[in-house]
Each structure stands twice: as C-alpha cells, then as structure tokens.
Design a protein around this ligand. Sequence first.
Ligand SMILES: *Cc1c(COP(=O)(O)O)cnc(C)c1O
Length: 423
Amino acid sequence: MAKLETYLLSDTAEVTDDDLFVGGVNVSDLAKEFGTPLFVYDEQHVRNRCREAVSVEGVHAAYASKAFSCRHLLQVVASEGLGVDVATGGELGIALSAGVDPASITVHGNNKSLAELDQAIEAGVGKIVIDSFDELDRLEFLHSQNPARVPDVLIRVTPGIKAETHKFISTGQDDTKFGLTVSNGDAEVCIEKALKSPAVNLLGIHSHIGSQVFSVESLVKAFQVIAKVAAPYDFDEIVVGGGIGVPYVAGEQAPSINEWVEAIKAEADAMGVTASIGIEPGRSIVGPAAMTLYEVGTIKKIPGVRNFVAVDGGMSDNPRPIMYGSGYEAFCPTKMNDQRKLTAHVVGKHCESGDIVVEDAQVPESLQVGDFLATPVTGAYGYGMASNYNGVGRPAVVFVADGDAKLVRRRETLEDMLACDLI
Ligand SMILES: *Cc1c(COP(=O)(O)O)cnc(C)c1O
C-alpha cells in the first residue's frame, strides 16, 4: 500500500521532504527530546474542532472529558467556550483543578454515589444528569439533609435507538444499563417525579446513543424520539450527547462536527423545538488531534508466516485494539515519502499475544530497529484508558503549537507506580 493518507493527520500536519511536522515542530525531534512512547497533541486542531462545536446559534457544547483529560487540555477547551462533562468524582476533581468554571460542568454517569452527588452539589456544578430512579432518591436524601441546595438537573432517557457501532459503546438501545427507558414509560414517570420534587430543578432531558457513530441520520433519528418525549413539557434544554465518529484508517469517512450540529439544529427547527440544544463531543474533538510516537525495538520476519514489528508501548497506552478490535494505521515520521510495502503486525512489549497496536499494518520496507513509528488518531480513549500493565509507566504528553512544544504531562516513573504501596 501507498503512503499514509494525510487526511488522517491533524490540521497543522505538514510533510517536508521525508519528515513530518506538526504545530511547526519536527515530530522526530519530539521523540528525541521527550522519549517514546509519546502522545503528541496538535493544539490548533483541538481549538478548530471546539470552534466547530460552538459555531451554531442555539447549540451549546460540553466536552466529554473521559475521551482525554488533563489540566492543559481542559483549559484549552474551556477557553474556546465549551463546558466540560464529567462522569465520576475523579473527573470532576480534575476539571476543578484545571480551573474550569463549576457552572459549566455537567455530571453524568450511570451510578453516581451519594458522595459523588454531594461533591458535585457542593462544588456548584451547572447540571447533574439523573440516570436512574435510585439517583433521584439519593438527591432527595441529600436535599433532606440540606434543603438550601437545589441542583439543576437533566434526566437521561434511553430512546430505543441502536447506533451502528461496536456493542460496547452502543448505549441508546433499550437493553442498556444507561438512562431511563422511553418505551416502557420509565422516562415519563421519572420526569413527572422530578418535576414534583422540591429536591431538584429539572431543566430538561439528556441522551447519548453511542460513540464512534458514522451516521448523522441515526443521531437525527434519536433526536426525533427525544424531542417527542420532551414535547409535553416546557424544557429549557435537550442534550443529545456525543458520538460522532472519526476516521481511523484509510478509506473511512466521518461527518464533520459542523455537519452533525447543523443536521440536529435543522431537525429541531423543523419540529418547532425552542429548547436550547446541547451536544457533548469527546472523540471528535481530541481523537484526530493526536498521534502516538513509538520506537521500533525488534523486527521479526517469519517467511511464509508473518512479520512482526515490536514497539516500546502497546496495550498499556492504547487498549482500543485489544478491547474493540480497533484498526489503526502506522507510519514512519522520518520516511513519509516511502511506499509502505511491508505488511507486518505492529505489536507492543506486553506479555500478551493480543497486544497488537496495528494488525496487518503497512510499513516501509526500509524500516529498521531504532526508527520511530507513529500511529495517528490516538487522541481519544488512548491515554485516558492507559494502564500500568507490566509495570509500564504511562507515556508523556506534549502539546505543539506555533513551533513550540509544551510538555503537559511527564512520563510516569517507578516512584509513581509504587506511590500507593504502604508495606
Ligand atoms: C462518552 C460520552 C460522550 C462523548 O462521546 P464521544 O463518542 O467521545 O463523542 C458524550 N456524552 C456522554 C453522556 C458520554 O458518556
């Protein structure tokens, strides 16, 4: 196969002779300076996607921080006018520590503890998304303890739409742990209960049918169901969640954030919906913004069987291939003009045969031990799902923009990994 399709690279990527530059910085210089594996985020790319998300009047956006969260990224996103979505007390803590305005934070998640709900109300978050009758009970209990506090809430409803995506990240069908079912009337019962409850101020409803969704039509269809649920009430807000997909490999195409937002808004207008529409993009903001840089450590060629190229990371920095069978591309950032004629499994350094970074990757035949190898589109659900498996520290994270590189998270050390051992 040929060279890497450059549309898989971030907005400021530029190929000069054989080298790749991002944010005006030579990518191989980053690998030399900060070591590998290394996550490299294109800050301008993140800003450009944020701007798309808030470009349509009547639509507000919150960044789903589980896709990737660190203080610098949250500050960039907040500076572009997006709110921040969190799903746990930990994610809330990170957002608060980044200085995100609590009023712009939405707390969702399907099993928020009493302590997490209390922490959210105490912090003064903008909205709490009620995911079950049990959570409404918990909020009523907290209110009985302190009647002065009445949080603004949304109710997450499950519209009975099956998103065409991996079953682990499809969340809108009836058979799901998330939200209150529309088809059996639970959603309506919960809405009526919340409207009557002195413990909460119900602003509207929330939904999220899944992640890595390529079809704007299924997202519009979900919106129609949700808007019908909302129709009898005078809600301020209808939140449609996230889920627009991104291309990971050559040949994949995804709608832009803009196309998604405009389609939802057009449907809302056509249906006469006057509530403000909320979107919660995660993957589409950060996924294509970053690449992971590795160094090749071993090359094993077994004629007639397979070729293996082992890099210095793997399932600990990108668990998506082993979790979902996700595909990626691989390329050598110092051999951008070489045809990628060698087929090989790019594998990690972990003690699992499933520790595959890229299955049947195309790499240059001239690839050697010591070369850098990169995978594009690793900015979402990569670092955020990273682990210390095999005692491997999480990689460092660098943001590049305008010719400068900023180390925003250092590499994890052995001391970090031993910090919780008491004996
Ligand atoms: C994960 C999640 C999102 C973001 O989904 P992406 O596919 O990353 O855009 C939005 N809303 C909710 C409730 C989520 O759980």
